[in-house]
Design a binder for this molecule. Structure first.
Ligand SMILES: [Zn+2]
Length: 609
């Protein structure tokens, strides 16, 4: 039995089961890490750190830890604020294995964290900078010293996480066999496709590819828009962190870098949903969600689904495709010029179609019950497409389209909010401000910069006031709130690029700490990462493959103030951060999705830059 079991555990069967499960996960993860260490840049020092972590894991408290923090650890020069959930008058930081005390301090005054309803204190460990493994010690109410789980300080703490979260997209691939290792694999799926009656065409359609969108096996152009766009932005803005990632995917070793090769798998599929007139169908899914089975066992036909009436394609999907293909034209040029040109052409044709058909919205036709991704306002998608096309081509047509299209955002003072799959106006504004093209309105660029800085300052202020350090307000705990946290970090990193302010990047990192353990659940919401990670995501392969641990590198949607799924039955409404269950049935609290992982990859690239 582990030291500390009596002190911290209830020692019920359930607790023991959870402990053993986590221990198995930890050992499996270390094995996976050691296997992959050679392909991770800068990983040479890791095996020692992980062995040290496992040693200290055995001799310090695992559960009931009085403090929560990023379970992957901290960069040496970063802020390190731990949240204490049982009161303490003092704290000290000690090297593991009974090492020397390196810091003594006093926790901050008690703070009521409104999102969780918790009364907490914050211990600031930022001055501890020497790489190593440490524990935090605090006073217990019974005058016994309480020890936290061990934590690491190192320059490499987030490199594996970046690799794993990006590689999770390979695991989401549709239409080819997938093998992540350790049993996470499946043969090619969804190879039989057909046009649905709502598409305006009929018969078989020989296309395949794309990423399974989330816990289901559907593929949706609209949600692919922000996901693929965010990842391509990662390539452009945080290039050094991702350009040499070796993802161990089928294309590895080819002329296109792995990061772009993985994105291309989805991009190519998006392009297959573009009709000859330039418009893009909304989605490719079965008519209903299948059971919790592996993708190759899904018996339903994968349909290209349209709006059900001419022109059959939808504006938001088409404009999203235009924006993403325009970015792709910039990114792939150095590696595959003809592909980049074909992306540019596809983007222009899509933009022309969407401009001619600006209000064709989508809702599920009768008999179709998969994700709708309906959006009644496609002005922001069109604006994003215009901005990206202008940035790519420099053509006046697109600059003019942007500058006339942006008018509707003027009444709100070009307010910057947090982007989402149905709100791309921020992506549009930032693209214009970052384009560095001749002819840009300096007044407009300044206004976008200032608005971005104002919004970033507010997020940074939230982080300072929140007990768990994230940047979210109470109203941000919506379906997919962890994606909101990721996108707020993206927002902060972009704001820093537009107007340098180290506080923005620091606040962005606080959301990473929140997602990886500094939360009221002491939980890492990324599968396979951290001492106590999400175990039961709403994700069909994780539920159907017979392996205890879920597919790795996937971000759970997280707390939802208004959950609507079977796991929510019997939950008493409470503070929003508490509205979460790590259960497979909890699709409104624990599903994974490509558009939530994408800003996490962006954020991890940001902290690894
Ligand atoms: Zn599939």
């Amino acid at each position: 039995m582990l030291d500390g079991d009596h002190e911290f555990g209830d020692f019920t069967d359930g607790w023991l089961c959870g402990t053993l499960k986590r221990r198995i996960v930890f050992v499996m993860r270390r094995r996976e890490f050691l296997k992959n260490a050679a392909v991770c840049a800068g990983a040479a020092a890791w095996p020692g750190a992980w062995l040290a972590a496992e040693r200290s894991f055995a001799e310090t408290a695992e559960d009931g830890t009085p403090a929560v923090f990023n379970q992957l650890g901290y960069l040496p020069d970063a802020a390190k604020r731990f949240t204490l959930r049982s009161p303490s008058k003092t704290f000290s930081v000690r090297a593991v294995n009974g090492g020397a005390v390196v810091l003594k301090g006093t926790p901050g005054a008690p703070l009521e964290d409104t999102a969780s309803g918790d009364r907490v204190q914050i211990c600031d460990l930022s001055s501890v900078r020497t790489p190593g493994m440490y524990v935090l010690e605090t006073d217990g109410s019974d005058s016994k010293t309480k020890k936290s789980a061990p934590f690491e300080i190192s320059n490499d703490v987030y490199r594996h996480a970046l690799w794993l979260t990006m590689r999770s997209y390979y695991g989401q691939r549709c239409g080819c066999s997938v093998d992540l290792g350790d049993g996470y694999s499946h043969p090619a799926c969804h190879l039989d496709a057909a046009f649905h009656a709502t598409s305006g065409k009929s018969g078989a359609y020989k296309n395949h590819g794309g990423w399974h969108d989330a816990g289901d096996y559907g593929r949706y152009v609209v949600n692919s828009g922000i996901s693929t766009g965010t990842l391509l932005w990662t390539w452009e803005m945080l290039h050094d962190a991702v350009s040499k990632l070796e993802l161990k995917i089928p294309e590895s070793g080819g002329k296109t870098p792995d990061f772009l090769a993985e994105i291309r798998w989805n991009l190519d599929w998006m392009l297959t949903l573009q009709d000859t007139d330039g418009g893009a169908w909304h989605k490719q899914t079965s008519e209903n969600f299948c059971a919790f089975i592996m993708p190759q066992d899904d018996p339903m036909v994968s349909y290209v689904i349209g709006t059900g009436a001419a022109p059959y394609k939808s504006t938001c999907a088409t404009a999203d495709l235009a924006a993403v293909a325009a970015i792709a034209a910039r990114c792939y040029g150095p590696y595959d010029d003809s592909y980049a040109k074909s992306c540019a052409e596809a983007a222009k044709r899509a933009f022309a179609w969407a401009s001619k058909n600006p209000n064709v919205t989508f809702e599920n036709p009768a008999g179709v019950r998969t994700g709708g991704y309906g959006d009644n306002d496609c002005r922001d998608e069109l604006l994003w497409a215009a901005a990206e096309l202008w940035r790519t081509t420099g053509d006046e047509e697109y600059r003019k389209a942007f500058e006339s299209g942006v008018g509707y955002l003027r009444s709100s003072g070009l307010a910057i909010k947090t982007p989402g799959w149905n709100d791309l106006s921020e992506m549009a504004l930032w693209t214009y401000a970052m384009a560095e093209r001749k002819g840009a309105s300096s007044e407009l660029v300044s206004a976008i910069r200032e608005s971005s800085a104002r919004a970033a300052a507010e997020l940074a202020r939230n982080s300072g006031e929140n007990g768990y350090g994230n940047t979210m307000s109470r109203g941000d705990y919506v379906w997919g709130s962890n994606g909101v946290a990721g996108n707020q970090s993206l927002q902060l990193i972009v704001a820093d690029r537009l107007q340098k302010n180290p506080a923005y990047r620091a606040a962005a990192a606080e959301n990473l700490h929140y997602l990886l353990g500094r939360n009221c659940w002491d939980l890492s919401w990324v599968t396979g990462l951290g001492r106590n990670a999400c175990m039961h995501p709403h994700h069909r392969p994780s539920g159907a493959d017979g392996i205890v641990t879920p597919w790795p590198g996937l971000l759970s949607g997280g707390p939802n103030a208004h959950p609507a799924d079977p796991a929510a039955k019997g939950m008493t409404p409470g503070p929003p951060m508490k509205m979460y269950r790590d259960e497979q049935a909890a699709y409104s609290m624990n599903e994974i999705a490509i558009n939530w992982n994408a800003p996490l990859v962006f954020l991890l690239a940001g902290v690894n830059s």
